[in-house]
Design a protein around this ligand. Structure first.
Ligand code: GLY
Ligand code: MN
Ligand code: MN
Length: 472
């Protein structure tokens, strides 16, 4: 949609649409917030998270969490908006121009001491014609259960008054430093606003990353979060299955992507949790390849690393398969080695184990296996063919917060060993262009690891039965 034409359309609409919504539209307001589809967390889940956060903040401290920025794609078109996770985690609010202030000492508003203040943009009938209905402070209070909701454009003034009363602010919007135009400082240049308030007022206010408090909470998933992640994982597994069923030599990588993401969206996922990685042949050896334009050829492998995002939680699953439905002996040997490493590493994900222990286990198995196959010599560094970590935490971010924790019940992590042998590697060329990664999503429980993506075909035989089965 280009703006000049749109502007004309807007002007003609303004002539027939009343400046504010009708009473009937107001009555149905809640229904217009399609992001609330009945499968959201109840308000009590967010209230508990905020309560826990407030308990961790000391007197004289505060936390400010802001919404993500709207990022321009090109000219009149912005990237699809995705909320910043910490604000989403504590409020469920998916709107742009929103923020949460948490203050253990409270702030005086209308004669009351308030510990939680939400800021959302006020409703604007002109903008709503283009972008849909926003909550506005009044409805935001009903939707979130946060009783004090103020207009977003009052936030800067509030902070100005508040900062002198605080000695420490937990804040999480550092990353936008890198995307703000250093020449043009616009109205919403938040790092500049925060910095100028701090510098000009010569305040003695320590700023600390909000992750210091929130990462530990986000790392341990509640039962409801695990159920939400299971949905994202089940949707993703169906996408993988669907794409493998369709497979045949000559299919383009983007055709697998289309099949995968069609299932994601058909089953209700809002988006992929990260750009889908679909590599065929030599592209299986590129870890985060996502150009997805090559044509697959008979005899090649295809590696698909794809996960759906459902209500803010991402899955992360990889399967590798022979595009013609039959592994060559070399492909099968590498596949089985990665599978063994993964199976043993999954068993390793137990309470009390260090985050890097499953990786060590996978590395040992792959190292000795590659020596046995004659691909590596005794003592060679396995990182030549297995150059990434085996795990990362999974949750609202695909690479979720935390890395070197001791594993505890409620943590969810990926287990994803791989072997990548690009053309030109110092081994028999029969191994070249074989790249295999198998990735599943594992929950740590008191009674051991639970593979949440176990429902998806994984062994070489299961994969062979599935591939191309829509054609067979
Ligand atoms: N999907 C990216 C990764 O597995 O790390
Ligand atoms: Mn991963
Ligand atoms: Mn992955």
């Amino acid at each position: 949609m280009s703006r000049p034409v749109s502007l004309l359309l807007l002007l003609s609409l303004l002539a027939i649409v009343p400046a504010s919504l009708t009473r009937a539209q107001e009555a149905g307001l809640y229904e217009h917030f399609d992001v609330y589809d009945g499968d959201n967390f109840p308000r009590t889940e967010y209230a508990n998270r905020r309560k826990q956060t407030l308990e961790k903040l000391k007197s004289g401290e505060g936390m400010l969490l802001r919404s993500a920025e709207v990022r321009n794609r090109s000219n009149d078109v912005d990237y699809e908006f995705r909320q910043r996770n910490n604000l989403l985690y504590l409020t469920g609010v998916t709107e742009t121009q929103s923020a949460l202030l948490l203050l253990p000492d409270g702030v005086e508003i209308d004669g009351k001491r308030i510990q939680e203040v939400l800021f959302v943009a006020e409703r604007n009938p002109t903008h709503e014609i283009w972008e849909g209905i926003r909550m506005g402070p009044e409805v935001a209070a009903q939707v979130t259960g946060i009783t004090t909701v103020l207009p977003y454009d009052k936030l800067a003034k509030r902070l100005e008054d508040l900062f002198p009363t605080l000695n420490k602010l937990y804040y999480d919007s550092w990353t936008i430093e890198s995307i703000v135009d250093p020449v043009v400082e616009g109205e919403f240049n938040w790092p500049a606003i925060v910095r100028s308030i701090l510098e000009e007022s010569e305040l003695d206010l320590e700023i600390e990353d909000a992750g210091t408090i929130l990462n530990g909470m986000r790392a341990i998933k509640s039962e409801r979060e695990i159920a939400m992640m299971q949905k994202a994982i089940d949707i993703s597994a169906e996408g993988h299955r669907e794409a493998m069923r369709m497979a045949k030599p000559g299919m383009f990588e983007y055709e697998f992507e289309a099949s995968m993401e069609y299932a994601f969206r058909r089953l209700g996922a809002e988006d992929p949790g990260y750009p889908s990685i679909i590599g065929s042949g030599p592209n299986t050896c590129i870890l985060h390849y996502n150009t997805n334009r090559r044509k697959s050829l008979d005899g090649e492998l295809v590696l698909m690393d794809c996960g759906a995002e459902y209500h803010g939680y991402s899955a992360d699953i990889t399967r590798t398969f022979p595009v013609n439905g039959k592994f060559t002996p070399e492909q099968r040997a590498i596949y089985n080695l990665v599978l063994e490493a993964q199976t043993e590493a999954i068993k390793e994900c137990k309470v009390g184990v260090q985050f890097w222990d499953p990786h060590k286990k996978a590395g040992q198995i792959i190292s000795s296996g590659l020596v046995k196959l004659g691909i590596m010599k005794e003592g060679d560094d396995v990182r030549k063919y297995f150059m990434h970590g085996t795990s990362h935490f999974l949750g609202m971010d695909v690479h979720d917060v935390g890395d070197d924790y001791t594993l505890q019940p409620g943590m969810v992590l990926t287990v994803e060993p791989g072997i990548y042998i690009p053309e030109g590697s110092k081994c028999d060329p029969k191994w070249w262009n074989i790249g295999v990664r198998i990735e599943d999503d594992v929950l740590v429980t008191k009674s051991g690891s639970v593979n949440l993506s176990a429902g998806l075909e994984r062994t070489a035989d299961e994969i062979e039965r599935l591939v191309g089965s829509k054609r067979k």
